[in-house]
Design a binder for this molecule. Structure first.
Ligand SMILES: C[S@@+](CC[C@H](N)C(=O)[O-])C[C@H]1O[C@@H](n2cnc3c(N)ncnc32)[C@H](O)[C@@H]1O
Length: 253
């Protein structure tokens, strides 16, 4: 594993994030991003369901049969998906990597330190919630860029990410890095709405066939490719929603 640069409140930094990068990163915004992600991923009670359940339903059949694995979630946000794997595979070493310190701090407080967190989205017409966290011993969170992962070649049995690849500055560089750290026969599970932010990304990676060609050129075998996995993301207490039309991709090295 790559050397860490320093730790900030228990979070290892594998990338020297500058003050300017902190300021420019929208995912460092506490209320807009961290509280909202906490509400979406941790406080199921607010919605009477887990809004991202279709991701698990798609992914679960591809999880490893062995008990002892290295499992890595990229762009893990507040850590719900990787925490669910850490619970299901207590003998596995699980890591959640993200570029937002605020997201990782929340993830670590809730899933590793067992702190009680408070989620206040009363400005969206929702009840204030408090939730007590977990003490997962086999889960770590670290700050790094997907484009430069702090893991060795061929080191991971399973890599997952959701709502990430269309957010990367250079998705192809990120995919190459995922290939590098995945073990031979290891699986990579990706769910993305392909909601690219740049016209050059639409040209390169869309329609989905172009993305699948790039994935194959990198060296992955495609195992499952499912279009129209719908995630209904709740917006407020009145039931307004964003409908994400996602593609689920499972590939093998
Ligand atoms: C749209 S959020 C998705 C969070 C979570 N995976 C989900 O499905 O709700 C994208 C996440 O990816 C992280 N991210 C974006 N670009 C990244 C990069 N280059 N390296 C590491 N993390 C990145 C952001 O900080 C953010 O937490």
């Amino acid at each position: 594993m790559q050397d860490l640069i320093y730790r900030r409140k228990g979070i290892p930094f594998f990338h020297q994030k500058t003050e300017l990068e902190f300021q420019q990163d929208i995912y460092e915004r506490y209320h807009e991003m961290v509280v909202r992600q906490s509400a979406l991923h941790i406080a199921d009670e607010l919605w009477g369901r887990y809004p991202f359940q279709p991701i698990y339903d798609f992914a679960e059949k591809h999880y490893p049969r062995d008990k002892k694995n290295n499992i890595l979630e990229l762009g893990c946000g507040v850590g719900r998906w990787i925490a669910s794997l850490a619970i299901q595979y207590p003998k596995s070493a699980c890591w959640g990597i993200d570029y937002s310190y605020q997201m990782l701090k929340r993830a670590n407080e809730y899933w590793v330190e067992g702190k009680e967190i408070s989620i206040d989205l009363t400005d969206k017409g929702l009840e204030q919630q408090s939730k007590k966290g977990e003490h997962l011993l086999n889960l770590k969170f670290g700050l790094a860029k997907i484009e430069n992962l702090p893991f060795g070649d061929n080191s991971q049995h399973l890599i997952m990410n959701s709502f990430l690849i269309d957010r990367l500055e250079n998705p192809k560089v990120g995919l190459n890095e995922m290939y590098r750290v995945l073990r031979p026969a290891g699986k990579l599970i990706m769910i993305s709405p392909l909601n690219f932010k740049k016209s050059e990304h639409w040209k390169l990676y869309y329609p989905p066939r172009q993305l699948s060609n790039i994935i194959k050129e990198i060296g992955f075998n495609i195992i499952e490719w499912k279009e129209e996995i719908v995630i209904n993301e709740p917006m407020d207490g009145h039931g307004n929603l964003i409908r994400w039309n996602c593609i689920g991709m499972v590939v093998e090295k």
